[in-house]
Design a protein around this ligand. Structure first.
Ligand code: ADP
Length: 482
């Protein structure tokens, strides 16, 4: 039997991206296709998405979808079907997917994403002619109301089974109780088992309570979110539904992240031709105005936020430079952190280079040229940049948390002795980060050891094949319960 899945997300590469969610949503359809599973992706019709869609054919219209006219346009995401929810009152505006150009969340985000979820639920329960789905896969809070609609207010047909994937527990879509009447849910949906959360409406909470399965993007994070430290208030619900919770590590798309064919590199390379790699290091040094040298070049490609522990890195940066390390940092985020890194660059000319901004091509070059990528996150559901680092011989130096703990093998004595290490792990806090930086610099001073770390990482398979198989298995299981 061929299964048909509706994947609902607020972003997906190559059309719109602000973070790892877009990479996952974009790669998922092709990843499960070899298992005989078809995935249709549903995205909001932001201007960028409509522009990328080209000539979309309208396949459905709503006179009023949560109070606004909307239609569904059909297109392609790669060679898989794409549906775009064209509702100009909700999505046709400049700025980002979630916030205006000044970074302020859109005041009607609840309506923008409840409408997306309502459309998904219609699609997944026979309300849209010609569309039939076995499983509705909702990603993050923006799509999380879809399982709730399927449970409390499905369309006329058989409701699909549902799964929600939590890419980051920190973003929950919490709104006031006053929006409840506008959601179009029956009164029975209001309650501790439904959409109510702390006296308001919790989108992620509602989805987690209603979905037939809950996944998150690494086994470690799946365990962590059952604790008060990482559950962000939802740990009780995670524990109550523990039998439905699993962790599936994200994969990376080898067509996009592969140093053998990457057009953004100054020089392409493989594990066998690491001798070609330094051309990329020179290019990174030049792009960031850094001194040239064989000493360790650290890189950072990250949102500059508390989650990513960029304040700890800032505190450890003089230590890094003092030990002869250099750092090229690409990122955007909190203004105070941006200023802090600019000031660090001014303090250490030639050793610390900072680019405040978002630059996909430069991020590829940095992975291909940096010696080590620093990822000191306080929590990390999966993390993608350590996987890119592994694939590109840019040794990951990571906090021992979430997906970082699951994907990097620390160069401790045992792992070095057995030849399996792929990076460096450290505990929480500034001191542990400083120590990890020192340890990395010491490892880098031994070329044979370093090369082994690089080769081990490049040999590790974090392509989508494995994650695709895991999602396929989950879909089959869910559809079998129907
Ligand atoms: P998160 O989704 O929490 O931001 P991930 O590591 O899962 O973290 O994914 C981040 C993605 O965004 C990666 O693909 C990374 O390369 C990319 N990225 C982050 N910041 C930048 C930037 N300033 N320029 C280019 N790419 C970036």
């Amino acid at each position: 039997m061929t299964l048909s899945i509706l994947s609902v997300a607020s972003e997906a590469v190559p059309l719109i991206k602000t973070g790892g969610l877009a990479d996952v949503a974009g790669a998922l359809p092709a990843a499960v296709a070899p298992h005989g599973i078809g995935v249709t992706t549903l995205l909001p019709g932001y201007p960028k998405v409509l522009a990328g869609l080209g000539k979309g054919r309208a396949v459905h219209r709503w006179d009023s979808l949560l109070g606004t006219p909307a239609r569904l346009l059909k297109g392609q995401l790669g060679d898989q079907p794409l549906l775009v929810l064209d509702a100009p009152a909700l999505y046709d505006r400049s700025g980002g997917p979630y916030a205006d150009a000044a970074g302020k969340d859109w005041a009607d985000n609840w309506r923008r994403f409840a409408a997306l979820a309502r459309a998904a639920a219609d699609l997944a329960s026979g309300a849209v002619k010609g569309q039939r789905f076995d499983v509705c896969h909702a990603h993050d809070w923006q799509a999380a109301m879809a399982p709730a609609y399927l449970r409390y207010a499905p369309g006329p047909g058989r409701a699909a089974r549902s799964v929600i994937t939590i890419h980051n527990m920190a973003f929950q879509g919490q709104f006031g109780a006053d929006i409840f009447p506008a959601l179009g849910l029956p009164a029975s949906a209001w309650g501790i088992d439904g959409v109510e959360y702390h006296g308001g409406v919790g989108f992620l909470k509602a989805g987690m309570a209603a979905a037939d399965a809950i996944t998150t993007v690494s086994p470690s994070y799946a365990a962590e979110i059952a604790t008060a430290e990482f559950g962000m208030g939802l740990e009780g619900l995670v524990r109550a539904r523990a039998d439905r919770v699993t962790g599936i590590v994200n994969g990376i798309d080898p067509a996009v992240w592969n140093p053998a064919i990457d057009p953004d590199l100054a020089q392409r390379f493989t594990a066998r031709t690491l001798g070609s790699r330094p051309a990329n290091k020179r290019a990174v040094e030049s792009a960031f105005g850094l001194d040239t040298g064989d000493g360790p070049l650290f890189i950072v490609v990250s949102r500059l936020t508390w989650q990513k522990a960029m304040d700890l890195l800032l505190a450890a940066i003089d230590h890094l430079a003092g030990l002869g390390g250099r750092l090229a940092l690409l990122g955007t985020g909190d203004a105070a952190l941006e200023d802090g890194f600019r000031a660090a660059a001014a303090r250490h000319p030639g050793r610390i280079g900072v680019r405040i901004g978002y630059d996909e091509a430069l991020s590829h070059l940095m992975q291909g040229g940096g010696d080590a990528i620093l990822i000191p996150s306080r929590f990390e559901p999966c993390g993608l940049t350590q996987l890119y680092g592994l694939a590109y011989g840019c040794v990951p130096v990571v906090a021992r948390t979430g997906g970082l703990a699951d994907t990097v093998i620390d160069a401790n004595v045992a792992a070095l002795a057995t030849g399996v290490a792929t990076g460096v792990q450290h505990g929480p806090g500034e001191e542990a980060l400083r120590h990890a930086i020192s340890r990395t610099i010491a490892l880098h001073a031994n070329p044979a050891t370093w090369r082994r770390l690089q080769r081990n990482g490049m040999a590790a398979d974090f392509s989508w094949a494995r994650s695709g198989a895991a999602y396929a298995e989950l879909y089959v299981q869910l559809a079998g319960q129907a």
